[in-house]
Structure formats: structure tokens, C-alpha cells
Design a protein around this ligand. Structure first.
Ligand SMILES: Cc1cc2nc3c(=O)[nH]c(=O)nc-3n(C[C@H](O)[C@H](O)[C@H](O)COP(=O)(O)O)c2cc1C
Length: 199
């Protein structure tokens, strides 16, 4: 099959790309609004893009042509966010935080999660997540109704037992879930294999 993107409505383009470009890592992102309320939401249009400086990027689509999602709105105001990685015990709660609540209502209020202050940011992090990346906004690109938010990572929190003293990951100790086809499919990372690179 050949699909000409120009001839498809945006929802079908989304179904094609979001179902095919998989598995994707999931950034579970906390931000704070002007009242200091914590907002949490997942974004799978997300990845790491460099280490010098260490940068990540994710893409919240606008709610409508003009209105940003709360995560983007909060980052525009504070310039700060925390990216959490999600493992299977957190998967349902991560999905629960994708509900569209009225602005000002926190997705975290009804969930048995603990938030604590970050080292460098005013945005708190979720303790139960295996990984939290404290980020400041570097640049936000607006392309149509997409926003591409690029952040610099300042502090990495990794659950005890993930790395040895030389920052080598213990194989099998970290099993984040990935996003698969739209709308509701996910994958485990419990079945990994190794291919050494040529010299
Ligand atoms: C696993 C998962 C991944 C998602 N990825 C994205 C994404 O990359 N971009 C996006 O705009 N929305 C994405 N969403 C939907 C947002 O999480 C949802 O719109 C949420 O309400 C946004 O919250 P906010 O308005 O508090 O920022 C995703 C939802 C789920 C469950």
C-alpha cells in the first residue's frame, strides 16, 4: 500500500505514523501551573537527541489550532519540566493521567503516587518512576499544530540498582514499557537481545 499523506486527513496520518513508528519511549511529564499545581501527562512523540549538551525533545499537539496542551502551556511559563520513564507497574496510572481534565485540575490528585521536590527545578518529580530527568526548556518550535519542545537535561534520578559504579546498566534491571499502535497498545521490554558492533 502507498499512502499519500497530502490526501489523508490528519487523524488518518496520525493512525499511520503512530502505529508504524514503534516502539516509542514514553515520557511521563510533570509541570506546574501558575498556582503551583502539578500537572502530569504522557507523551510518546519523545526521545533523546544528544548528550553534549544532553537534550531530549517531545511533541505535544495543540488542543485546537491555537490552544496548547497544559504541559506546553506550563513549560512556556516556567521553562521547566521533569520527564519520567514508565515501567509496567506504573503503566495504568500513566494512562490515567492522559485524561483531559479542565485546566487547573491535577491528574495526580486521585492516584497513589508520591511527588517530592526536584534538585534543580521548582517542578516536583514522581518518586515511584524508575527514572526522572530534570529539564529546562531550550527551544520550542511551532510547526502547524505541533509543538516540538527541546529540553536540556540537568539532573538524572535513576532508581537504586540500575547502574554499577561506572554507570553501566545492569542488564534486565530496567524494563520501561513502549508505545505501540494507536490508540491503546503497549509493549514490554523483557525480551531483549544483544548484537555486538563491528570494530
Ligand atoms: C501513552 C500515551 C502517549 C501520548 N503521547 C502524546 C504525544 O506524544 N503528544 C500529544 O500531544 N499527546 C499525547 N498523548 C495524549 C496526552 O497525554 C493527553 O492529551 C493529555 O491530556 C495532555 O495533558 P495536558 O493537557 O495536561 O498536557 C499521549 C497519551 C498516551 C496515553
Amino acid at each position: 500500500m502507498i499512502y499519500e499523506m497530502d490526501q489523508l486527513p490528519p487523524t488518518k496520518r496520525y493512525n499511520l505514523l503512530a502505529s508504524l513508528v514503534t516502539p516509542r519511549p514514553i515520557a511521563w511529564i510533570t509541570t506546574i501551573d501558575e498556582e503551583g499545581r502539578i500537572n502530569a501527562a504522557p507523551f510518546s512523540f519523545f526521545n533523546v537527541f544528544g548528550s553534549n549538551p544532553p537534550i531530549v525533545a517531545f511533541a505535544p499537539g495543540n488542543k485546537d489550532r491555537e490552544t496548547p496542551k497544559d504541559t506546553a502551556r506550563n513549560i512556556r511559563r516556567t521553562g521547566e519540566f521533569v520527564v519520567h520513564m514508565v515501567d509496567e507497574p506504573l503503566a495504568q496510572m500513566m494512562v490515567d493521567t492522559s485524561a483531559s481534565l479542565p485546566h487547573g485540575e491535577s491528574e495526580l490528585d486521585k492516584l497513589p503516587l508520591t511527588t517530592v521536590p526536584s534538585e534543580n527545578l521548582s517542578v516536583p518529580r514522581i518518586v515511584e518512576a524508575p527514572v526522572a530527568l530534570e529539564c529546562s526548556e531550550h527551544t520550542t518550535l511551532e510547526i502547524g499544530s505541533n509543538r516540538l519542545i527541546i529540553g536540556v537535561v540537568h539532573v538524572v534520578h535513576a532508581r537504586d540498582g540500575l547502574f554499577d559504579d561506572d554507570i553501566h546498566l545492569y542488564h534486565g534491571a530496567y524494563q520501561p514499557i513502549g508505545r505501540m499502535s494507536s490508540p491503546d497498545w503497549y509493549t514490554r521490554t523483557t525480551d531483549q537481545f544483544e548484537i555486538p558492533r563491528p570494530d
